[in-house]
Design a protein around this ligand. Structure first.
Ligand SMILES: [Zn+2]
Length: 136
């Protein structure tokens, strides 16, 4: 009997899509205006889904306050109003929202045990959504 709980958070951060693996011209061709040297920002909406057994005594999969504490410590405090490119986790990977999903998933999965993190979904703009469900 598995149930799921999803909670949404807001994260404001800047970034620049750029990689040392490509030349200046290739970076510009690949990332377009997102390669602008001055960067740009997003108001990301991050949805965190936790799954598991419903605890009989509480009727919950996970306590919302526990989830808020973990997301706050692992994600919001670390990345909110920051430049993603300057975080060590993005030193060797492009700060795309695909990679932000992976980084957020890995940080949260380690901190949420024994609850099971099922998925991280991030809305970058009103038209762009990204999801990661772990290496499976
Ligand atoms: Zn962007």
């Amino acid at each position: 009997m598995k149930a799921y709980f999803t909670r949404a958070y807001t994260l404001c951060a800047s970034h620049r899509l750029h990689t040392e693996a490509l030349t200046t011209a290739e970076n510009r061709a690949t990332f377009g205006k997102c390669n602008n040297p001055y960067g740009h920002g997003h108001n990301y909406r991050i949805e965190v889904t936790v799954g598991g057994q419903v605890e009989p005594n509480t009727g919950m999969v996970i306590n919302m306050e526990t989830l808020d504490k973990v997301v706050g410590e692992q994600i919001i405090q670390r990345f909110d109003h920051m430049n993603l490119n300057l975080d060590p986790l993005f030193a060797h990977r492009v700060s795309t929202t695909e990679n932000l999903c992976i980084v957020a998933f890995d940080l949260l999965a380690a901190a949420l045990t024994p609850a099971i993190l099922e998925k991280v979904r991030i809305e970058e703009t009103e038209n762009n959504f990204f999801e990661y469900s772990g290496a499976r």
